[in-house]
Write a protein of this length. Sequence first.
Length: 317
Amino acid sequence: MKVTDHIKNAKGETLFSFEIVPPVKGKNIQQLYDNIDPLMEFNPPFIDVTTSREEYVYIKKSGLLDKQITRMRPGTVGICASLKHKYNVDTVPHVLCGGFTKEETEYMLVDCQYLGIDNVMALRGDAMREEQYFTPTKGGHPYAASLVSQIQNLNTGKYLHDDTPMENNANFCIGVAGYPEKHLEAPSLQSDLKRLKEKVDAGADYIVTQMFFDNQKYFQFVEAAKEIGINVPIIPGIKPIAVKRHLQLLPQVFKIDLPQDLIDAVDGCENNKAVRQVGIEWAIQQSKELKEAGVPVLHYYSMGKSDNVFSIGKALF
């Protein structure tokens, strides 16, 4: 079922969903199941599965280091199919511009169609670790809006190298990312909203936001989006702070602000166990306010750990 249909069927009730990261290749998938199992108590209608970019590794050959490119966390589509089968839940694979040609994207989407996966999240993706700025992959998409267009073309039976529309159309529900405090590369929030509207105009059906820690940023973002004609569901993304280092890391990586009350609470913690509890309590209060405001879904970034998300879900669902 499509994410948008799940939202409609909920009739105003806020749903619970979360995002997971595939295991590093060579690791057993059982650990992933062990983290997901407790969260199924809250009846998530869908689970997001991230896709990793390629990265460089150095392999020793004949006494020299040989630079090779690899993907450390492959298997997004396979994991989606596995979770769909194991838990009878809809899954949302992330589809990236970075690291994929248009042909490779089409092959991935065809696989999803055959597996009965109805939803995809279309993202530009980050720069590679060794790059300062995002560089489009040769033969790939430079922006998420053009990726959305390719997916929407499949929904009308238009494949890359076939002039005649196919009879067996795809029917993907397309999600995209939104940034309440603007994308780190955007010159302003207003310009970033214009880029978001381009994605919606290209065929995006819903939006999931980047993490934020001040709900007013989300409410203002939703209002600003409506003012420029964005009328699709906007799902808030929540990440509980877990370690003290997040005070520096999250603003540095995601260019987001943390409320002073949260900073003071984390600074006052003696260890990361206490920080994790502060993060849980803050996310619970965030989630309660968002739920009372009638958000369609509360979407949690679990990043492979479920104990804190479970504690939050237990307080709300």
